[in-house]
Design a protein around this ligand. Structure first.
Ligand code: SF4
Length: 371
């Protein structure tokens, strides 16, 4: 599935959860305290949608994430979705995705999603091992995952992603392997596998610090997913043919998107100036219409292009001469195809460090510095 540069993606952040998972760094408020927060959020969303309406953007994808969109009652979620669908031009949207927590999947929710035309569900499974789910602070168990998944399939959603987390403390390669097998047996169209991240020092230390184990897990994952016909199209994302997530591809291919909701960010163009913006991580500040905007310099654009494009299986398109130089400099970490530099399996393990080195090398190359 190819996404087009001319149309924007639309991300909608729903900043509510029913409890906070130990590892999470996404912005969300506890739903039980959110009677008032919910209405402040709605007010902010109305304003933001009105603001973007004037641009008459055509949207190609809608991705509803959070937080936990289905931590809300279906009537609350319906209110939010109505605002977006009534005020923005979504008739060209091809892919409508929503993140769901297995704990709160029921018939009312699925009927609502069908009514709004959702055709892709991303299920936050994380693990099929109950003790691991407990360790991560998740409230669902594997039984709940099967119930949710079966109901989703019964409602004929064909395009379903399963999210898994790996490389956390106490997890073994065998238990990760078990979760991968179980995920594959459900026959989803897409599997995302994320490693534990620690962006804030206050978070509990949940990371598996043994690099050898993590690398082993990555190798095992790649083998199992390939065996089941999943193609890796981004460092952490695997899909059956034709089921790449169009919305996320827009991020990695550096296409434009609007982000709605607190903590959401967007990327677009005004005249010939590309800019990124970020909304505040506070419902109250968000409702006041505050956002940070940054106009991108040529250096920033190049850096983003390399860092984002190189994550995908299409790689970073560049000049032939430079490809030859980069291949000889970073032997074993890069390969070339269709005038693009693409990460090898070893390159994937050091993607960000390598992207930085490619950028430095490219800058020297452009300045004519002998390499
Ligand atoms: S449910 Fe998702 S968004 Fe909410 S705290 Fe857990 S990981 Fe974070």
């Amino acid at each position: 599935m190819k996404c087009s540069k001319e149309k924007h993606g639309l991300y909608l952040h729903i900043p509510f959860c029913r409890s906070k998972c130990k590892y999470c760094h996404f912005y969300s408020e506890n739903i039980s305290n959110s009677g008032e927060d919910f209405y402040i959020y709605l007010e902010g969303l109305q304003k933001e949608v009105e603001y973007f309406r004037q641009y008459n953007f055509k949207f190609e994808t809608l991705y509803v994430g959070g937080g936990t969109p289905n931590a809300l009652e279906p009537n609350q979620l319906a209110l939010i979705l109505s605002i977006v669908h009534e005020k923005l031009e979504l008739s060209d949207v091809i892919e409508k995705s929503i993140e769901l927590n297995p704990e709160f999947v029921d018939v009312n929710l699925l009927n609502l999603l069908i009514k709004f035309g959702f055709n892709r569900i991303s299920l936050g499974v994380q693990s099929f091992v109950d003790t691991e789910l407990e360790f991560l602070g998740r409230n669902h168990n594997s039984k709940k995952v099967y119930e949710a998944y079966n109901l989703i399939k019964k409602y004929n959603f064909k395009n379903v992603n399963i999210d898994l987390i790996f490389a956390f403390s106490g997890q073994t390669t065998e238990s990760f392997e078990y979760s991968l097998w179980k995920a594959c047996e459900l026959d989803p169209t897409h599997i995302s596998t994320y490693t534990m991240t620690f962006e804030k020092p206050a978070k509990e230390n949940l990371e598996n610090k043994n690099e050898t184990i993590t690398i082993n897990m990555i190798r095992v994952r790649d083998k199992i997913l390939a065996k089941y016909g999943f193609l890796r199209y981004e460092i952490s994302n695997f899909a059956k043919k034709g089921y790449e997530c169009m919305h996320n591809m827009k991020y990695w291919l550096r296409q434009y998107y609007v982000g709605l909701g607190p903590s959401a960010s967007g990327f677009s163009i005004d005249g010939d100036k590309e800019f990124r913006y970020t909304n505040p991580t506070s419902i109250q500040l968000y409702a006041k219409g505050i956002r940070d905007i940054e106009i991108l310099s040529e250096e920033q654009k190049l850096m983003e292009e390399i860092f984002l494009n190189i994550r995908t299986r299409y790689g970073w398109k560049t000049e032939r001469n430079f490809i030859t130089i980069a291949l000889s400099k970073f032997q074993g970490l890069l390969r070339a195809k269709n005038n693009a530099l693409i990460l090898t399996d070893d390159g994937l393990l050091v993607a960000d460090q390598l992207a930085l080195k490619i950028l430095e090398l490219y800058e020297d190359y452009k300045k004519g510095i002998e390499i």
